[in-house]
Design a protein around this ligand. Structure first.
Ligand SMILES: Cc1cc2nc3c(=O)[nH]c(=O)nc-3n(C[C@H](O)[C@H](O)[C@H](O)COP(=O)(O)O)c2cc1C
Length: 188
């Protein structure tokens, strides 16, 4: 990859991290990350993205909400599953719930607004890596729980697009898959 500008190489080598440790980003760094997300592409300037950051002890309170979500979905969930839900937010020093705020618009269907908010979630992962942190975008069944949106103070018209976990990479970086552009691209 000689001759590839470092900014391109950065994008080509982006690498999520499943294991993340503290310390996480401080307030100024979080502000920088969010500023990056706010530059996501956005039809009609609806700014459909919303972010809820959860750090420190609040992660435990969030874990309680996740356990309650699990029990709503599966009242018979065993203790191990409950503990996994409870402790899920502790897998990173910073968890950012990314939501889309859906607005009826004559030119911007909901799917476009969801994509925009998804771009914002991706941008958070890129910003984290640009600041020498690492990140992973997670969803799972929790991301489909509208009661959980409400529990976090979200509105009726808001949905999760995911949870971006951010911290210091605490595992070896995965090998970057060797993908061929020809398998995904054709000239027409
Ligand atoms: C919308 C979306 C939801 C995802 N949900 C999960 C998830 O719940 N759990 C998980 O381990 N990875 C999830 N992933 C995948 C990871 O974010 C990540 O892409 C994957 O670990 C591969 O790593 P890489 O991005 O470095 O190739 C999700 C990705 C996307 C785009």
């Amino acid at each position: 990859m000689s001759g590839v500008p470092s900014s391109l190489r950065f994008l080509q080598e982006r690498n999520s991290a499943a294991r993340l440790a503290g310390p996480g980003p401080g307030a100024d760094e979080l502000e920088q990350m969010l500023q990056c997300a706010l530059r996501s592409p956005d039809h009609a300037r609806l700014r459909p993205w919303r972010f809820i950051s959860i750090q420190g002890d609040r992660r435990m309170a969030f874990g309680e909400l996740l356990r309650a979500s699990l029990l709503r979905r599966d009242p018979l969930a065993d203790q191990a599953a409950q503990d996994r839900a409870l402790n899920a937010p502790l897998r990173a020093p910073l968890v950012i719930a990314v939501l889309v705020s859906l607005t009826e618009h004559p030119k911007v269907p909901f799917w476009e607004q969801r994509l925009s908010a998804g771009c914002a979630a991706f941008s958070l992962t890129l910003a984290a890596e640009a600041m020498d942190y690492a990140a992973i975008w997670r969803t799972g069944a929790f991301a489909e729980d509208q009661q959980l949106v409400r529990d976090l103070g979200g509105a009726e018209n808001e949905e999760f697009v995911g949870f971006v976990y951010v911290g210091r990479r605490d595992c070896p970086a995965k090998p970057i898959p060797d993908l061929e552009t020809d398998d995904f691209h054709r000239v027409w």
